[in-house]
Write a protein that binds this ligand. Structure first.
Ligand code: ZN
Length: 203
């Protein structure tokens, strides 16, 4: 399986990192070894001095497809949940300056904690889901899927023009504003509406 991550999908987040708004979805991949299963601790890697959390809504692809039209894209995922796109911001900055790929900063082992997944039918409107992240009990990120620049369906349609989506693939759909650094012993918790879906201790 592969992990597809969407960058700069919330205008306020693009602004906070001084990035222009994309005209088309911007995506990158993480390897399967990036997955950190439910509630496992995250160990700060020795190569970075600045690991940032990015809380994101995650879709799980449930059928194989390519060149999927946006109007059919809803048939390609059933479950959604929360994940964190851990980013070595210092390394990413170096990569950006040199015009190098981001994989070193984004695709390291354990960089993709994944919480509980639930059936999307639990939500009456996928374009109006509130989600939030707390760090040691303090709310740091608040998002609503209505603020995405590219919807779930647009993302699936766009990415599937370039690569086949397979059963079990995960799409991290972008982070809202409020990203920031983690420190040892922090507790990160992710919520959809009021339900806790993810918990991750930093070691
Ligand atoms: Zn991200």
């Amino acid at each position: 399986m592969k992990i597809i991550c969407i960058g700069r999908n919330y205008a306020e987040h693009a602004k906070e990192l001084d990035n222009p708004l994309p005209k088309k979805p911007l995506y990158f991949l993480k390897p399967d070894s990036a997955i950190l299963p439910k509630n496992n601790p995250f160990f700060i890697p020795e190569f970075s001095k600045e690991i940032h959390y990015e809380l994101e809504i995650v879709l799980k692809i449930n059928r194989i497809g390519r060149h999927i039209e946006a109007r059919f894209a809803h048939k390609y995922f059933e479950e959604i949940g929360l994940g964190i796109d851990f980013t070595a911001r210092d390394i990413q900055q170096q990569c950006k300056e040199k015009g190098h790929p981001w994989e070193k900063a984004k695709g390291f082992d354990g960089s993709a904690p994944l919480g509980e997944l639930v059936n999307k039918s639990e939500f009456s409107n996928l374009a109006n889901i509130n989600f939030s992240l707390t760090q040691n009990g303090v709310t740091k990120q608040k998002g609503n899927t209505g603020d995405m620049i590219f919807s779930f369906n647009e993302i699936i349609s766009y990415v599937s023009k370039f690569m086949t989506l397979k059963i079990g693939d995960l799409i991290y759909t972008g982070t809202p504003a409020g990203v920031g650094p983690v420190s040892q012993n922090d507790l990160l918790e992710g919520f959809i509406e009021d339900k806790k879906m993810l918990s991750c201790r930093i070691k």
